[in-house]
Write a protein that binds this ligand. Structure first.
Ligand code: SAM
Ligand code: SF4
Length: 335
């Protein structure tokens, strides 16, 4: 009789189990959000980014190692050719419980239904402001109307849940937090407020001056809403509250004011195939090199992933200053 062996799970040196992978399928984007990118960016040459087949091979290896949740992100994931086919294939991987995506919404009118049909269960859509002029300033070239139409299309497409992600910056959009919550309530979706993280050098924007804490946002909201603590956990760092009398939950992602590292369950794969063990540190394993040096050798890829867990740092420290410690931009990191 053959012995039944338990699958190997990914456990780091601090006893944390990694069961969540975020995949940046491209560093490219049709927006240039001023907290994420420079106005003029040089993107990676095609040969340097993982092919869709390589991304699939890595997603398969991770699910065989116990990863249950995958987020497809970028850059803007919907500008990568072939992303729908990738989603369809990844959605079929045994062991995967949740396949989700983060998008800026610009392509959703076209892609919402196909994405839902392909197996994306939950969608996070970034929306920092409801003012078209401010939207143009924050994204440098985005069009609010197009994104709002995208959100409408997503509502009709049959996702299990939709969530707005809003990065809040002092004196740019901090006065809109209540309006954004009202928007979420009206559309029966959730919303998370995110403190800006100091990733990559961005000019035309002072991060120190723009810092607006989750606590300040919460105090602003409490003037107009009753927020009931929620036990909801989505496997992410958001701390959730239910808006009383509504189906909407409000989350706060506070990398500065609350360190959520102790129960970190995730790793990130960059568009160029670097497996990043922590958002706020540079510890990484070059999975593209492993894949390309060992074509078709799935076991070596899995061993490399297991080894990488040994270099996952205990925590990050984000410091607000003109010169960020982490020089890679969020679009490369896969936010
Ligand atoms: N392009 C997609 C989008 O904007 O939703 C997906 C990638 S984007 C890098 C993912 C998320 O990271 C977005 O919600 C964006 O607002 C957020 N983000 C980008 N730069 C950030 C920063 N410096 N600090 C905090 N959040 C950031
Ligand atoms: Fe593009 Fe998303 Fe970065 Fe904005 S936050 S520039 S939409 S990748």
């Amino acid at each position: 009789m053959s012995e039944v062996t338990e699958p190997t799970l990914l456990i780091d040196r601090f006893g944390r189990r990694v069961n969540y992978l975020r995949i940046s399928v491209t560093d490219r984007c049709d927006f240039r959000c001023l907290y994420c990118m420079e106005e003029t960016m040089t993107f990676l040459p095609r040969a340097q980014i993982l092919t869709l087949e390589e991304i699939y091979a890595l997603a398969k290896a991770f699910t065989e190692l116990g990863v249950e949740k995958i987020r497809i992100t970028g850059g803007e994931p919907l500008v990568r050719n072939g992303v729908l086919q990738l989603v369809e294939q990844v959605a079929e991987l045994p062991g995967l419980i949740e396949l989700v995506m983060t998008t800026n919404g610009s392509q959703l009118e076209k892609f919402a239904k196909p994405l839902s049909d392909a197996g994306i269960k939950r969608l996070n859509i970034s929306l920092d402001t409801l003012n078209a002029g401010k939207f143009k300033i924050l994204t440098r070239n985005g069009d609010l109307k197009t994104v709002l139409k995208g959100i409408e299309a997503a509502k009709k497409a049959g996702f299990h849940r939709l969530k707005i992600n809003a990065v809040i910056l002092k004196n740019r959009n901090h006065d809109e937090v209540a309006d954004l919550v009202r928007f979420a309530i009206k559309h029966e979706i959730d919303i998370s407020f995110i403190e800006e993280m100091p990733l990559g050098v961005v000019s035309q924007h002072n991060r120190y001056e723009a810092y607006y804490s989750s606590e300040e946002i919460k105090q602003d909201l409490l003037q107009q809403f009753t927020l009931l603590p929620s036990t909801t956990k989505t496997g992410g760092p958001s701390n959730y509250f239910q808006v009383q009398g509504t189906g909407t939950r409000v989350g706060f992602i506070s990398p500065h004011s609350h360190n959520f590292c102790s129960d970190c369950n995730r790793v990130r794969l960059t568009a160029e195939g670097r497996l990043l063990l922590c958002l706020g540190n540079e510890h990484s394993m070059d999975m593209k090199q492993v894949l390309r040096a060992n074509p078709g050798n799935h076991e070596i890829v899995k061993q490399a992933i297991i080894q990488a867990m040994q270099i996952k740092p205990e925590k990050h420290e984000f410091v607000l200053s003109d010169q960020p410690v982490i020089l890679r931009h969020m679009n490369v990191t896969g936010g």
